[in-house]
Write a protein that binds this ligand. Structure first.
Ligand code: HPA
Length: 305
């Protein structure tokens, strides 16, 4: 019989532990289109190609080179996924979220998801960084469909909803992490506005009529990733922070013809700013998470039944 999803993710996590025994990652970071160079924030990381990790899916998209970086930043352990796989490549929802599950089992507390998005809300500009405040899932699937597996959330049994069949998504993008990110950004003279991200399967870009419809639904930004990882991370009890880079105006709102090259080039143009933000933010998140885990240990909540 094939190994279960849990056993496969546990095998991958065990393999990674053996590769970088001295690093205990506390924060996971997923890099979106054109943002791969941000991985350079970890100076002395161990780099592991996805092809070497048991059961890990490999991206087929130009600009999404697949490597996992394990290292530290100001003594905070960080695991960076440079390159993600998408539903439009033909991967199943389980495969798309497999790396998130592995990072969860590896012991992270917080997952930072970055992506490229097309701007729907008027006033957003290309190259702007945005914090996700919420999402709308129009992918047509939920990656948790299937048997519930509470073992993915074993470390966080005290966090409300973690590992449960049904759980709350009201504050999927952690409000405290969002305020911390805004404070750190302000010190760099960077304003981080918030946005609602709408996920579509792709791979075609949207039609102008679809974008007008999404505007009426309350979306600020459209993209083809992130939402499956957020759902799985929240089920695992992880805290999630989403940061989007506006790479283009959504279909019908600008003058240019949409292309992957445009999206990729715009991503490249903000990666230095994103790297600066993360360099300052990650140590702060590490310190805040440490304080939180001390308070969880001294005030354990009854896990919901
Ligand atoms: N649509 C969908 N996904 C995207 C876009 C877009 O306009 N830009 C970057 N990712």
């Amino acid at each position: 019989m094939a190994a279960s999803l849990f056993d496969q993710a546990a095998a991958a996590a065990q393999f990674l532990r053996q590769q970088a025994q001295s690093v205990q990652p506390q924060i996971g970071l997923v890099l979106g289109s054109g943002l791969g160079a941000v991985a350079g924030i970890l100076a002395d990381a161990t780099r592991i190609p996805y092809s070497a990790i048991p059961h890990f899916p490999q991206s087929t998209v130009v600009g999404h080179s697949g490597q996992l970086h394990l290292g530290t930043l100001n003594s905070v352990g960080v695991a960076i996924l440079q390159g993600r796989v998408h539903f439009y490549e033909g991967y199943t929802p389980e495969q798309v979220t497999f790396p998130t599950r592995v990072l969860g089992l590896l012991g992270i507390d917080t997952l930072i998801l970055t992506n490229a998005g097309g701007a729907i809300r008027p006033g957003l500009s290309i190259g702007q960084l945005l914090l996700l405040s919420d999402h709308i899932n129009l992918l047509g699937f939920n990656p948790l469909v299937g048997p519930n597996e509470p073992r993915f959330a074993a470390r966080f049994a005290a966090r409300p909803g973690a590992g449960q069949r049904f759980f709350d998504m009201t504050a999927a993008y952690d409000p405290a992490l969002r305020s911390l990110a805004r404070r750190v950004a302000a010190k760099q003279n960077l304003t981080l506005d918030e946005a609602v991200y709408l996920a579509v399967p792709g791979p075609s870009f949207e039609t102008p009529a679809e974008i007008r419809a999404f505007q009426r639904l309350g979306a600020d930004l459209v993209g083809m990733s992130t939402v499956p990882e957020t759902i799985v991370a929240r089920h695992s009890g992880l805290r999630v922070l989403g940061i989007s880079c506006v790479t283009n105006l959504a279909a019908g709102l600008g003058n240019s013809t949409l292309s992957h090259e445009e999206v990729f080039a715009a991503g490249r143009s903000v990666e230095t700013r994103l790297a600066q933000l993360l360099l300052a933010l990650i140590p702060e998140i590490g310190a805040a998470a440490l304080a939180q885990s001390h308070s969880e240990k001294s005030n354990p909540q009854e896990p919901a039944s």
